[in-house]
Design a protein around this ligand. Structure first.
Ligand code: GDP
Ligand code: MG
Length: 403
């Protein structure tokens, strides 16, 4: 995968936060507000995976777009792109490059896991008790009971010297974690045979749906794609306005209706408009009210049904947005949403506000759903494809770019 990056002429403004975020919708928990501020860097990156060259012509882009993708390799650090795209060649070395964003975003998780490993393995030898402590540490970092126990066991099976140092443990653990993550790391690729490629975005209120849509819209419009947005969370005026602001910022047309309008009818109109515009991608926002699960299911299914009147294969993707700060509740949200709709992939937001990045490892191990993107801040550039090796290394407190 190649990254295309270009420097923006102007520093991106903050999207308005949705008024007061709604309370968690799942009985057992839901979204929490992040307390981490924007890093304010003026970099943005095209969230596109491809062998293709983004240009200003959406048709050209679509014609060149890669239709297949494989797992992201760690070596997929943003290499300067071939071709004629404007590329920020020196970015990797700059403060604000994506590795430093990832590292910054995961700093709470890394200090917890990395620091914990430091105290376990500097005090003690690699023995049964140390492995048990490691297992407890990994459970507390949300990697999940089964995965934590498997990782501790694997570490014990490595033929380390009894006097193993924390750095060696971190490196071994990062390797084992990356192995779990590699199969699920799949960028969200647009299929040019669908005009538009329809992405239905679901998740509980406050998880970051609208923001993630805005970030994707920004990255894709910067890459030359034609993007259309549908303000399908018709329950809250603030949600509609929030999407409209992203529309203004990115130049992407937004289909919106009055508060309380039928979301399925709106999605239908949006798909018709997107087709007329020859859009490459249609991103549909939805309400995340799980107060009444059967209502939400009915609504999501109705959206899918009406979309399929126009395009029987729509939506091409159903992206579940999860908030990392909710930790284990994210696992429950995956379960719940999979009962409601055919979820095809995940985006995990707010890694920057959480010491619970390990939840991604639990999700990968338990569900194997593609992880399309991670959010490590509030600007468009803070939504990154998920690269397992740098992620695993940052999670255990190592430099993400090391080997
Ligand atoms: N720090 C941080 N905040 C985020 C991220 N993604 C979303 N947010 C914030 O989370 C809040 C809720 O996001 P929103 O997109 O409105 O959630 P929605 O209800 O699912 O549409 C907003 O204040 C966003 O700015 C992220 O990756 N990092
Ligand atoms: Mg929203």
């Amino acid at each position: 995968m190649l990254w295309r990056r270009k420097r923006k002429a102007k520093r991106p403004e903050q999207p308005p936060a949705d008024e007061v975020p709604e309370q968690p919708d799942l009985e057992s928990g839901g979204a929490a507000q992040s307390d981490t501020a924007d890093t304010g860097e003026d970099m943005t990156a095209a969230f596109v995976e491809s062998e293709r060259v983004p240009t200003d012509s959406a048709d050209t882009v679509a014609a060149n777009a890669a239709t297949t993708h494989g797992p992201v390799d760690a070596a997929d650090a943003p290499a300067p792109a071939a071709g004629n795209a404007p590329v920020e060649a020196t970015e990797a070395g700059r403060k604000g490059g994506w590795l430093s964003r990832l590292k910054g975003g995961l700093s709470r998780s890394s200090s917890k896991v990395g620091g914990g490993i430091g105290s376990i393995f500097s005090k003690r030898k690699l023995d049964e008790e140390a492995l048990e402590d490691l297992e407890d540490l990994l459970i507390s970092a949300d990697l999940g009971v089964d995965t934590a126990s498997r990782l501790a066991q694997q570490l014990g099976e490595r033929r380390f010297d009894k006097e193993v140092d924390p750095e060696t443990v971190r490196a071994a653990l990062a390797e084992d974690i990356a192995e779990i993550l590699e199969p699920v790391a799949q960028p969200l690729a647009l299929d040019p045979s669908h005009k538009p490629h329809v992405i239905l975005v679901v998740g509980v209120n406050g998880s970051g749906k609208t923001t993630t849509i805005g970030k994707l819209a920004k990255q894709w419009t910067d890459a030359g794609y034609r993007v259309h947005l549908a303000a399908g969370d018709t329950f809250r005026a603030a949600a509609v306005e929030q999407l409209q602001i992203w529309g203004e910022r990115t130049g992407a047309p937004v289909t919106a209706k009055e508060t309380g309008a039928d979301a399925a009818g709106l999605a239908y109109d949006a798909l018709e408009s997107a087709r007329q515009e020859n859009a490459d991608v249609l991103l549909i926002d939805t309400a995340g009210r799980l107060h009444n699960k059967s209502n939400l299911m009915a609504e999501l299914q109705k959206i899918v049904r009406v979309l399929q009147k126009l395009d029987p294969s729509a939506p091409q993707d159903t992206l579940l947005v999860l908030d990392a700060t909710v930790g284990q509740n994210a696992v429950q949200q995956v379960q719940t949403f999979r009962e409601l709709i055919d979820v095809t992939g995940i985006a995990l937001t707010k890694l920057d506000g959480s010491a619970r990045g390990g939840i991604l490892v639990a999700l990968a191990a338990d569900y194997g759903l593609p992880v399309h993107a991670v959010g490590v801040g509030e600007t468009a550039a803070d939504l990154r494809p998920f690269a397992p090796i740098p992620f695993a290394r940052a999670l255990v407190g190592l430099e993400p770019e090391g080997t």
